[in-house]
Design a protein around this ligand. Sequence first.
Ligand code: B16
Ligand code: MG
Length: 225
Amino acid sequence: MTLNAVIFDLDGVITDTAHLHFLAWREVAMEIGITFDEAFNEQLKGISRMDSLQRILRHGGKEGAFDHKQRMALAVKKNELYVQSLASLTQASLLPGIRELLMEIRRANVKIGLASVSLNAPRILHTLGIHAAFDFCADASRIARSKPDPEIFLAACAGLHVRPDEAIGIEDASAGVEAINAAGMLSVGIGPGLGHAGLQLHSTRELTWECLTDFWTSRTVLKRN
Ligand code: B16
Ligand code: MG
């Protein structure tokens, strides 16, 4: 079977915006008397804005204290703070090896997709100067179910006109790896705690085209035998 597409998550794989999400949520949470640390923030990786808010409210024991309108206002506030902080991003904010990897995938004539649940993803790709490298970006505003549901990865495959079993997905979040596996794609996990990924790497420095093609070949040979 030929590898026809590589589909990337954004936050934690292409650039590290997790800390900016954390700072924005922490400020909003503090205003409503909830505190949380970076360890708790790990649980928000790959989780949509409204679902993240739900988890923060539950963490602070205030799930029932805010109605829909108030939750929307908190989410808007968080996004304003987050978008302001994106001004610190430059083309140098790409994680190590990603620019080279995108060029090598393109050279190999394999399609490139994005499966980020961030509504800010298009803006971030433009800021990083890599928007043109993507053949298709799944539209997060059209996704009904957050990762670990496979919906966003399936939408990316459909937009790229490839079958899930012809594609590799790359994620840094546990829920994201679950979503790739549930979509029927091969998964690569970046970082700790991702033992459920088909291939687990320490950092994007190890994420080379050679490493992806070796992984693809070994897994497809295994399937045949
Ligand atoms: P926004 P990914 C996710 O990005 C982040 O990991 C998660 O922390 C964030 O809540 C989510 O995007 C939504 O982002 O508020 O910008 O729409 O990992 O799917 O690229
Ligand atoms: Mg991520």
